[in-house]
Design a protein around this ligand. Structure first.
Ligand code: TRP
Length: 350
């Protein structure tokens, strides 16, 4: 099922060529994936990759992660776990290329070149930087307090990720829409300043809000809200987390509205349609308690996640296997990015 809408119309030239559609996205290694990441981003990406006319490039944005200055050992470990999780969640397939951004030097090279077609004023207006400035001003500090160039030029590096890999389409959450606009902007600026046909303008695939999952407290599941259920938790821990989901105090016998219940929303994401329909019916007629729904939800999630968790754990205990997958992905990504960088360098007169 497609969970993305296209923000721009399909380019008509595409249909005429047999070249695969190149789909690219990056994930920051900020901590372990939760169920919301899986339903909102990873599973939709695996669905896109199920279409074999696509070549999918998915990378760990480890260079981006540096702007918050994580401990080196922590960053390295998070990157590894993220690679293992991506591979375990349906992205270990021939038309998917998993890589670490830092292992594709042409990306950093592209960012250095793009700096010269990036207006400083454009970056002044970027949401993340503006939010940091607003927080500083509100606290009576220097506007740029704690802001490093990694944070400030984050959108340039992201444009480099996309443009270097010559991507056609970029699936992202709504929070990344401005970053995609900046990437398109820089490609257009480059075409005007040098020549067209060197850098491809990417198309944004913005995730629909229906793909967002509620967390323990009913708000959108998010690491920053502290309401997340971790994707790769051990079964006992997973059940414990599910029992903590907040529900109201309607007694089992009384009818309930399935459309406002966090448990049903989660069940819809993981259980088969028959199970969901049966539970929804018992909500409307009355006669089902939240404890029972939680048990069914835990069963459904476990059935779905168990094979992925097993694969994840095997990959983490088999570094050679993980490294082999990365070597292939990184070689393919480098080949592609090197080609784009070579064109760009020449177009700029180097
Ligand atoms: N900024 C993205 C995020 O925080 C991650 C990212 C980095 C990315 N580079 C990218 C996403 C390129 C898509 C394309 O979610």
């Amino acid at each position: 099922a497609m969970t993305h809408t296209t923000a721009q119309p399909e380019r008509s030239s595409r249909a005429a060529t047999a070249r695969p559609t190149v789909t690219l996205t990056g994930v920051q290694p900020t901590g372990d994936l939760h169920l919301g990441n899986y339903i909102g981003a990873i599973r939709p990406l695996a669905d896109l990759a199920g279409d074999l006319t696509r070549d999918v490039y998915v990378f760990v944005a480890d260079l981006h992660a540096l702007n918050s200055r994580p401990d080196p050992a922590v960053l390295r470990e998070r990157s590894r776990r993220l690679v293992a999780a991506l591979l375990a969640c349906g992205l270990d397939r021939p038309n998917v290329h998993v890589y670490r951004q830092s292992r594709v030097p042409a990306v950093a090279g592209m960012a250095a070149l793009l700096n010269n077609v990036t207006a400083k004023g454009l970056l002044n207006r970027a949401h993340a930087y503006k939010a940091a400035v607003a927080a500083n001003v509100a606290a009576g500090r220097d506007p740029d307090h704690g802001v490093n160039m990694g944070l400030y030029s984050y959108p340039v590096l992201m444009a480099a990720d996309i443009l270097a890999l010559d991507a056609d389409e970029v699936p992202v959450g709504a929070d990344q829409a401005q970053h995609l606009e900046i990437a398109v902007d820089l490609a257009q600026q480059f075409s005007r300043s040098y020549r067209p046909g060197v850098l491809r303008e990417p198309r944004a695939l913005i995730a629909q809000t229906t793909a967002t999952l509620p967390g323990l407290d009913g708000r959108k599941m998010s690491k920053s809200y502290g309401n997340a259920i971790s994707l790769m938790a051990e079964p006992d821990d997973m059940r414990k987390q599910i029992r903590r989901i907040v529900t109201d105090s309607t007694p089992p016998a009384q009818p309930k509205d399935p459309d406002t219940c966090t448990l049903v929303a989660l069940l819809r994401a993981f259980a088969d349609p028959g199970t969901v329909a049966a539970v929804e019916e018992r909500y409307r007629t009355g006669g089902i308690g939240y404890g029972e729904v939680k048990a069914r939800l835990a069963d459904a999630i476990d059935a779905h996640v168990a094979p992925m968790r097993n694969r994840y754990q095997r990959l983490l205990t088999d570094p050679a296997e993980l490294d082999a997958r990365l070597a292939r992905g990184e070689q393919n990504a480098c080949r592609r990015a090197d080609r784009t960088l070579a064109r760009t360098v020449v177009a700029m007169g180097l």
